[in-house]
Design a protein around this ligand. Structure first.
Ligand code: AMP
Ligand code: GLY
Length: 423
């Protein structure tokens, strides 16, 4: 099978690396890709916003399957266009991608199908939102409705913070994403990410992970796209996984089908495991980044037939097997991230793959034959071991070989699970 992978981050490097190991693969193309991905795929300079150009490329090169990494092309409808052109695609339609594209859409679905999540209301007017916040009191959570690159959420511990967040949204801090605001109850518990493959009817429980969203050690500082992750997440016990499937994932898949936009692709549930059980914080319609990197390191099964089964409605015929070990990844980012940072700073000394270690590229590029950092999140140094502590130690040992003056990382990825192991 000839496959085109869309995207250029660490998530896509991990997907490319795993897809490239498939005996069913003849050629893997990646658009636009990155220097890490070029080790396992042929890079193509396609403008992936130009859906007609993507379809033309597939036709001209015999590509029969497209795997979409990031959410933006999905929300823009690339999967609909490809399907209409008879190209199989891993990723939801634009209508189904609203699960990530509109927080209000997801909250309404939860209300309709009785899926546990924080109580909420939607607002298009600042004064009404403020009146609700004053009536509910803090802590409370204020969210821009649309895609805001993970930055549109304020967990307000005081009333003042919540009121200021409402002003920010309606004053345009998140552009059109903030034209509508969702205010929801604060959920107290431990967060986990849970991934399911879906083909419209069937959901296959895939794996769990835990991200580290804050930029600083001890979960301090501003939110980021994720500074490190590990899988599995110990808080996702067999019982919690079963409840998540029954109470959250399955009603979602049934509801989406009943409402006329069946969900295919990967459903990424951001969960809060509270005293009552798992509750939904949000859905994403693509793999997490960096969560995908740790999932791919643990997956024993060939990835290509799994993704193809999700795309073609045959998920009930496949299953996924996992290493029991923990995979852990540490993100190296450009100093200044998630704020502004210097570009084109040189990187050296990236260690070669080990038996259970691997460095995935995110925001890197080759300039005059030399590797430079071009993005905020740049490298994902990943290791697999029998305990979280051993995986953490192995990942940092590899990371310390990288010579990159303008880079930084958190030094405590996995702290929660390590503490749990020691308890
Ligand atoms: P989101 O972009 O919706 O994932 O929100 C970003 C982060 O805000 C989440 O990862 C949580 O840590 C936090 N968060 C979002 N909603 C809630 C909530 N209802 N209660 C507590 N924390 C939340
Ligand atoms: N790491 C969080 C995300 O991909 O949304």
């Amino acid at each position: 099978m000839k496959v085109l992978l869309i995207g250029s981050g660490g998530r896509e490097h991990a997907l490319a690396w795993k897809l490239a190991q498939s005996p069913q693969l003849t050629t893997l193309y990646a658009a636009p890709g990155n220097p890490g991905i070029s080790e396992c795929a042929t890079l193509v300079a396609l403008d992936t916003d130009d859906h007609e150009a993507v379809i033309r490329f597939c036709r001209e090169n015999g590509v029969t399957f497209v795997v979409v990494g990031p959410e933006a092309p999905l929300v823009a409808g690339i999967a609909d266009k490809l399907r209409a052109a008879s190209v199989a695609v891993f990723g939801p339609s634009a209508a189904a991608a609203q699960l990530e594209g509109s927080k209000g859409f997801t909250k309404d679905l939860c209300a309709k199908y009785d899926i546990p999540t924080g109580a909420y209301q939607r607002f298009t007017d600042a004064e009404a939102a403020k009146a609700y916040v004053r009536a509910e009191g803090a802590p409370i959570v204020v969210k821009a409705d649309g895609l805001a690159a993970g930055k549109g959420v304020t967990v307000a511990m005081t009333l003042e913070e919540a009121l200021a967040a409402i002003d920010d949204c309606f004053d345009g801090a998140f552009g059109s994403a903030g034209a509508e605001v969702v205010v929801e109850a604060f959920l107290d518990g431990e967060e986990a990410s849970f991934f399911c493959l879906c083909d419209g009817k069937t959901a296959l429980a895939f794996a769990s992970a835990q991200d580290h969203k804050r930029v600083g050690d001890g979960d301090t500082g501003p939110n980021t796209g994720g500074m490190g992750a590990y899988s599995p997440a110990p808080v996702m016990t067999a019982d919690i996984v079963e409840r998540t499937m029954k109470e959250i994932i399955e009603p979602t898949i049934r509801g989406m089908e009943q409402d006329g936009h069946p969900f295919t692709g990967v459903l990424f549930a951001g969960l809060m495991v509270t005293k009552k059980g798992p509750e939904l914080i949000e859905y994403n319609v693509r793999f997490g980044d960096p969560e995908c990197q740790v999932l791919m390191m643990r997956l024993k099964t060939d990835l290509l037939p799994l993704l193809y089964a999700a795309a073609t409605g045959t998920l009930d015929q496949v299953s996924a097997e996992w290493k029991d070990d923990t995979a852990l990844t540490v993100v190296m980012a450009s100093k200044g991230y998630p704020g502004s940072y210097a570009k084109n700073t040189p990187i050296d000394g990236i260690p070669a793959d080990g038996a259970s270690t691997k460095v995935f590229h995110a925001g890197t590029a080759l300039k005059d034959g030399k590797l430079v950092a071009t993005g905020g999140r740049v490298l994902n140094v990943t290791a697999v071991a029998s305990t979280v502590e051993a995986a953490q130690k192995a990942a940092y040992a590899e990371l310390d070989k990288v010579v990159w003056e303008n880079g930084f990382c958190r030094r405590d990825i996995g702290w929660r699970a390590v503490a749990r192991e020691k308890a």
